[in-house]
Ligand binder design. Sequence first.
Ligand code: TMP
Length: 213
Amino acid sequence: MSSRGRFITIEGGEGVGKSTNIACVEQCLQERGIRYLKTREPGGTPLAEELRNLLLAPRTEKVCEKTELLLVFAARAQHLEQVIRPALAQGTWVLCDRFTDATYAYQGGGRGLSLATIALLEELVQEGLQPDLTLLLDVDVRTGMARVGKRGGEADRFEREQLVFFEAVRAIYRDRAASNPARFRLVDAGQPLASVQHDIRCAMAEFLERNHG
Ligand code: TMP
């Protein structure tokens, strides 16, 4: 067993219940006494959080797709070097709310940027580093959007997008899960919360079986 920490990401479109379900993943890690760090993207360092604010703030100026993509990867480069790589190297597990699958889904699917371009930046910034496990919370887009609508508060720049954008986001997420079955676990987030969390616990138990002696 290597002493390197494991890298777990949680993904999904708007309104899939990431916050609630991340707490469930944390509980699984805590029950096993695993030292972990919870973080998020875009963000996770002071500079990356500033970039997050730039990305999410509604603005009148059109944000060019490539600008958005570069800001996402700028934040990720900072986060990887300052937080994720050092933690993993010290044996700390990293639980990250979104990572590069979100870039394929949002900037690739939603914005229509080429997946090959995203792959180039992914290689530049990650140099081969990939999550060990990705939990994809999946729910039909109308249900997700209705949940977001009930939250209240001001919608950010992504939450203001339309159904067609989120359908494209979901399609890419599902494609990626289907083509990387060893890394992804697809969780049906349209079920009652207790069933969603049961599925998450099962996925975590199976992963921990293989990765934590
Ligand atoms: P959050 O709502 O899960 O905190 O994520 C913030 C938003 O950022 C969400 O709408 C998805 C978007 N996003 C991207 O567009 N590309 C990315 O690579 C990441 C990590 C997030």
